[in-house]
Ligand binder design. Structure first.
Ligand SMILES: Nc1ncnc2c1ncn2[C@@H]1O[C@H](COP(=O)(O)OP(=O)(O)O)[C@@H](O)[C@H]1O
Ligand SMILES: [Mg+2]
Length: 314
């Protein structure tokens, strides 16, 4: 296995006596899409800013592309691309001007600078809007421009902080297609999001709760470890479903989902199948029962882990 591109050891950042990032540890491999998830205030942006050499850690260590973030933040900045949570684009400049500005900031000059700017406009399909003010571009287009701006100097690592916040669903999907293509071509991606559906596109996902990394695995690994069992989605015309499920062996959790109730059940429970559960509910007098097999989602994992960490604190 090759050396990790990002190595993080007990990385900590305090603001006064408040700990925003608390002894976080992980590694990211070349070409991996690493998702960093958590609610607002969990410590995602603070972690990214430390890893980009923009904010000094209070304690702990990290290297990015072989450079120590505390000892050599300038080398880190050269090796990475960073798309900040608040867009770094200048709204009263055109795409051409924004790209030219970033190219200069990354040390590209003269013909090479012009060549990269042209290539970026073509690559992000912005040639027709090259002279439109950035503020007049739709969110998804601005997104593409911000991404291509962060990549002008061909960094081996890209840090994207909530790149799809406020972007329409179809533009989000297009954006993720691009992220995956970049990873296939060898770029390492560190992406924060609070869209849990997007985390499914990540190779591995780290979950942050109150500054702590409470779980880290592949999306499937997280589901198996934290919300094991079978998910059954139950619909009924009439009757008290919760009451009818009382005392049923192996029920691990109930969660309303629109007009349905999602039931999580131990895989070896007697009623852990759509037909068996439907028959039981009919026998308990529930009308118009439909039961379908469902899937665990990262939302389930997240809720479970947040609940667990709140319980620990109580
Ligand atoms: N410069 C700062 N001074 C004081 N507190 C900060 C500063 N930056 C972030 N914080 C606090 O640290 C916590 C984590 O923030 P942040 O990393 O931005 O979270 P996230 O990106 O997950 O929403 C928040 O409670 C935030 O208010
Ligand atoms: Mg943030």
């Amino acid at each position: 296995m090759s050396a990790p591109v990002i190595e993080v050891r007990r990385l900590t950042r305090r603001f006064g006596d408040f700990t925003a990032v608390d002894a976080v540890e992980f590694e990211v491999q070349p070409g991996e899409i690493f998702g960093y998830l958590g609610a607002n205030g969990a410590g995602k942006s603070t972690t990214i800013r430390m890893l980009c050499g923009l904010l000094a850690p209070t304690e702990g260590h990290a290297t990015v592309a072989g450079h120590d973030i505390a000892r050599d933040p300038r080398a880190v900045k050269r090796a990475i691309g960073y798309m900040s949570q608040k867009f770094s684009l200048y709204l009263d400049l055109t795409p051409t001007e924004n790209l030219s500005f970033f190219a200069g900031a990354y040390g590209l000059q003269g013909a090479e600078r012009r060549r990269r700017v042209e290539a970026a406009l073509v690559e992000s399909e912005l040639t027709e809007r090259r002279d439109t003010l950035t503020r007049d571009l739709p969110g998804g287009v601005r997104q593409r421009l911000a991404l291509v701006s962060a990549r002008l100097h061909r960094p081996q690592v890209l840090f994207l902080d909530e790149p799809t916040a406020g972007v329409a669903p179809d533009a989000r999907r297009a954006f993720w297609r691009e992220i995956r293509a970049l990873a296939r071509a060898g770029t390492t991606l560190f992406v924060t999001t609070h869209h849990l559906d997007e985390a499914e596109f990540c190779g591995r996902v780290g979950l942050m709760v109150d500054g702590r990394l409470v779980a880290l695995d592949t999306p499937d690994g997280l589901k198996k470890a934290h919300v094991p069992g079978v998910f059954l989605s139950v619909f009924a015309q009439g009757g008290d479903l919760r009451e009818a499920l009382r005392g049923v062996d192996g029920v691990l959790g109930l969660q309303p989902f629109g007009r349905r109730l999602r039931v999580r059940m131990a895989a070896d429970a007697p009623l852990a199948g759509p037909e068996a559960l439907a028959a039981h509910l009919r026998a308990r007098g529930i009308d118009g029962v439909e039961v379908e097999r469902g899937d665990a989602s990262l939302e389930d994992v997240f809720l479970e882990l947040v609940r667990r960490s709140e319980k620990q604190e109580a």
